[in-house]
Design a protein around this ligand. Structure first.
Ligand SMILES: Nc1ncnc2c1ncn2[C@@H]1O[C@H](COP(=O)(O)OP(=O)(O)O)[C@@H](O)[C@H]1O
Ligand SMILES: [Mg+2]
Length: 370
């Protein structure tokens, strides 16, 4: 492995340098019944050693296809895949098997073999990875301890809960001591509590074993919990990326904004909208510890308008908070305009929302970012 680094590498920068995984202008095009499907279009990215690199996006964005190019389960139609700076795009046979040993993979569906025990599921992976026969038993015990399932070695997958099955598939993925773990919607089939347990386990694996993780999800609550770096995918392209907090706190792209909106779920119940007094409905975003209440009352007083708080929400991304406040500003036209301008100048996210869209339960708004 290359030296540890926390450097983030900008999109499109391809040095191979300290990145563990580098995708260099990777495209994947499928051909189906005479039709070309461009699942991944010219994606370049670099994953630094030891980070949790996340990819989010709606269904069909190309996330799974992209991540499958990293272990060459999907061959790029164009572009290169580099692992530790070495071009692996054309590897075959034994060299490809060796590469895959260094890259564990877990999925939403666990993919355990049903008619053999938990221990045997892991034994298959050890055998495939060339683990010495006399060391396998001990290694299975070690792996099951790591994932908290030491008592389940002789159980069959069907007797385990979804969370336990995912733990087994994590143990299996780690069997041959990979440097990289790819997770494709690994928590999407689990309930909330189990999801949190699996995320805690993956975070521990990342920190304690130093395994670099690439994690795909369409769930923003997962993304905000574990990702150091996030890339947002849409129609085969990465449309935005950066430190997770920055991307989610100040989405620059419509897709990111749509994901955040859906997640933050700040809304007025549509049936209440018609009964609201006349005025302008505004969504205000703020970061960290800024409390908006003093600002609200100050602006209301200074401009002689009424400002009602319709909805307030604070979400934590790591240790940092993003607050959202939905307010109704009412009063005469001129003071109302002055009050809105004053609010707009003091927050970092400002949007006037369209009443008809709110009443219809959609979030279409008259765009107006601060
Ligand atoms: N093996 C395949 N053959 C043909 N089309 C595929 C194949 N795999 C994925 N696709 C298509 O590629 C696009 C991206 O799919 P996918 O990578 O699974 O997206 P995501 O994981 O973001 O939901 C979709 O339009 C999907 O139908
Ligand atoms: Mg997918």
């Amino acid at each position: 492995m290359t030296a540890t680094t926390n450097a983030t590498v900008a999109a499109g920068t391809v040095s191979g340098g300290d990145a563990v995984i580098t995708l260099d202008h990777v495209s994947v095009t499928f051909h189906e019944r005479g039709r070309a499907i461009e699942a991944v279009k010219d994606v370049s990215l670099a994953v630094a050693e030891g980070e949790v690199y996340g990819i989010v996006g709606f269904s069909g964005a190309g996330k799974s296809t992209l991540v499958r190019t990293i272990n060459l389960l999907e061959r790029p139609t164009a572009g290169r895949v580099l692992i530790d700076g070495r071009d692996v795009t054309a590897l075959k046979g034994g060299a490809l098997r060796d590469l895959r040993k260094r890259i564990g993979f877990i999925f939403q569906g666990f993919n355990l073999i049903g008619n053999v025990t938990v221990g045997e599921n892991i034994a298959f992976a050890l055998k495939a990875g060339g683990w010495p026969k006399n060391g396998r038993k001990a290694r299975i015990g070690e792996l099951l301890r790591l994932v908290g399932l030491e008592s389940k070695e002789d159980s069959y997958p069907s007797s385990l809960s979804g969370g336990q099955q995912q733990r087994v598939s994590i143990a299996r993925a780690l069997a041959n001591k990979p440097e990289i773990l790819l997770c494709d919607e690994a928590t999407s089939a689990l309930d909330l509590e189990t999801t949190e347990e699996i995320l805690a386990l993956l975070k521990r694996i990342n920190r304690e074993l130093g395994i670099t993780i690439v994690f795909i999800t369409h769930q923003l609550d997962v993304a905000k919990t574990v990702f150091d770096h996030v890339a947002v995918m849409e129609h085969g392209r990465i449309v935005e990326q950066g430190a997770t907090f920055d991307v989610f706190a100040e989405p620059a792209h419509d897709t990111t904004r749509a994901l955040v909106e859906r997640y933050l779920g700040v809304a007025v119940p549509p049936q209440l909208v018609p009964s609201l007094p006349a005025g302008t409905i505004v969504e205000l975003r703020y970061k960290g510890d800024d409390a908006l209440e003093p600002l609200i009352s100050e602006v209301a007083r200074a401009h002689d308008v009424t400002i009602d708080v319709l909805h307030a929400n604070v979400e934590y991304f790591g240790a940092q908070a993003i607050g959202t406040l939905l307010v109704l500003v009412s009063g005469d036209d001129a003071p109302r305009a002055a009050a809105l301008a004053a609010l707009r100048a003091r927050v970092y996210g400002y949007r006037e929302l369209d009443r008809r869209a709110l009443a219809a339960g959609t979030r279409d708004e008259t765009e107006s970012e601060a």
